[in-house]
Ligand binder design. Structure first.
Ligand SMILES: Cc1cc2nc3c(=O)[nH]c(=O)nc-3n(C[C@H](O)[C@H](O)[C@H](O)COP(=O)(O)O)c2cc1C
Length: 168
């Protein structure tokens, strides 16, 4: 199965189990690269045209505003030639209980008919939240597998969990 790994991730100040820390690579990106290394899937990063702030507290307010407004913020580019992929691994951080709104922007423009989707969410305590329900609405026609939730602060030691998930 040809696989596209479609992901959103933000490298900047973030919250890790009680304190704020600056990271050079986002948690979801760390996991996306591990999956690509294991499966040979093609990585595509969803990048906001206007990125959220580096400062965590400003970022969470911006993301909340977009969520409450039902915004579909612009992205720099859309993935191309999607016909070649049967499997799309959709990866994102949990933002206020669901996917970042930029993921809605992208997913709603893709024809998922006949494709299999596997959701992977990184989070800091809320797991998948309601993201799987939202994802189903964005991807009519897709077969959606059960999601995998990984705590953001444990992405550097999730190899065992990932291996089991990929093998299943
Ligand atoms: C705007 C924003 C909203 C967030 N909302 C939640 C949340 O509702 N529940 C949760 O468990 N974690 C939440 N988090 C934490 C992230 O989901 C977590 O740190 C994730 O691993 C970040 O992934 P990234 O580094 O790939 O962007 C939030 C983080 C941000 C920046």
């Amino acid at each position: 199965m040809a696989e596209l790994i479609l992901y959103f991730s933000r490298a900047a100040e973030n919250y890790f189990g009680g304190s704020l820390k600056y990271i050079d690579k986002g948690n979801t990106e760390v996991v996306a690269e591990k999956i690509a290394a294991a499966t040979g899937g093609t990585l595509f990063k969803v990048e906001p045209e206007t990125p959220y702030a580096e400062d965590y507290n400003t970022c969470i307010e911006q993301a909340k505003k977009d969520l409450n407004a039902g915004a579909r913020p612009k992205v720099k580019a859309m993935p191309q030639n999607l016909d070649q992929y049967d499997l799309v691994t959709v990866m994102y951080p949990n933002y206020w209980g669901t996917m970042p709104m930029h993921m809605f922007t992208v997913l709603e423009q893709i024809d998922f008919t006949g494709k299999t989707v596997r959701p992977v969410c990184t989070h800091e305590g809320s797991g998948m939240g309601r993201s799987e329900t939202d994802l189903k609405k964005c991807c009519p026609g897709a077969v959606i597998k059960k999601g995998l939730a990984i705590q953001g602060s444990s992405v550097h030691r999730c190899d065992e969990i990932l291996k089991k998930w990929i093998d299943s």
